[in-house]
Design a binder for this molecule. Sequence first.
Ligand code: AMP
Length: 365
Amino acid sequence: MAQDDRIIAPGGTIGIVGGGQLGRMTALAAASLGYRCHIFCPENDSPAAQVAAEATVAPYEDTGALDRFAASVDVVTYEFENLPTPSFARMGALVPVRPHWRCLETTQDRVTEKDFVNAQGIPTAPYRAVDGPQALARALEELGRPAILKTTRLGYDGKGQVAIRDGDDPAEAWERMGGGAGILEGFVAFEREISAIVARGIDGTMANFDIVWNEHRDHILAATHAPAPIPAAQAREAMEISRRLAEALDLVGLLAVEMFVAPGGRLLVNELAARPHNSGHWTIDACVSSQFEQLVRAVAGLPLGDPGRHSDAVMENLLGDAIDAWPALLAEPGTKLHLYGKAQARPGRKMGHATRLYPLDSTIA
Ligand code: AMP
C-alpha cells in the first residue's frame, strides 16, 4: 500500500482517535516536540483531551464530525484498535492516516491477524475460526484441551475469553464467550510472555526498543521488566519478527508484538497492536526517545529518535484502588509516577503506572 509521504513540521496538528491514556501520553510527547493535538473520542473529559489543544466528542460513526476533525488536522493516528475501519477510510481521503487503516483491518480481528502472521512464515499458537458450538466442538477435537476460546473482535485484557478444560461443555463455553465470531486457540504452556515494540518511519527506517518481559494477572498486564531476562539470540529473534511484520504491514508508526516463549524457546506471536502499547510505558523514563515520541516522529514523517535504554526498568500498572498508593510511590527514590486523570477507580481499570528505574544491566537475572 502506498503511503502518502507528507511531512508535518513542528507547529502542525496531530489528530488522535481515541481518548485514553495512550492518547494522553502521545499528546504529551507531541507537545514536547511543538505539535498540537486534537482528540476524537465519544467520552467527555477523556484522559487525552485533558492534555490536548482540542477535542471533538462524538461517536466513531459520526461521519460529519469525522470529516470536520480530519479537515482540522495535518495527520491522523489512533490509540485504540476497536474502531470502525470505514471511518478511517473516509478520513484517509482527506488527510494521511498513519498507520494506514488497512493495518487496523489486519490487527483488529484475531483470525485475520493470525492468518497474516502465519503468511509471513512466523508461528502462532494453533487456532481455528469457530462460528458456533458445533464448529467449536470440532475444533476442540482437532486442537485438544486445554484450549482458549476468544471473541475475534473487541477483545482486550482477557475480556471475551474462556478457558476450556477436560470435561467442560463446548456449548456452555460458547454461551460464556457471548456468541458472535470466535477463535479457538491451543493453550500454550509458555515459559514467559515477552513483547517487541518497533517504530517505522515513512522512509521505512525501523528502530526497536529492547525486548521486555510481561507479567499478566487475571489476563491484564501487571508488570513489564526491561530488559527481558532472555538470551541475546532470542531477543534478536523477537526484534526480527517485529521488523518483518512491520515491513509486511508497510506500517508507519508503532507496532507492538506480544509473544509467548514456548517450551524449548520457540517464539509464538500472540497479538499485534499498531499503536503504543502498555508494555512500552517504561520507555518514557528509561529510554532516550519513548514509544510515544517515536510514534509522533513517525506519523509526522520526521526521522526516528534513539530508542536506546539508559536505565533498566520495571513498570507496574496501577489498577483500580492501587492508585491509592500514590503518596508512597511519589516518595520512593528512583520511581516515576504517571497518573491518567481518570475520575473513577473501578476494579481492573488502568489508573496510572509507576516505573522503577535501576542502573543499566542490573536487573537481568
Ligand atoms: P490476549 O487477549 O490474547 O492478549 O490474552 C491475554 C492473556 O491471556 C495473554 O497475555 C496470556 O497470558 C493468556 N493467553 C492468551 N492466549 C493464550 C494461549 N493460547 N495460551 C496460553 N495463554 C494464553
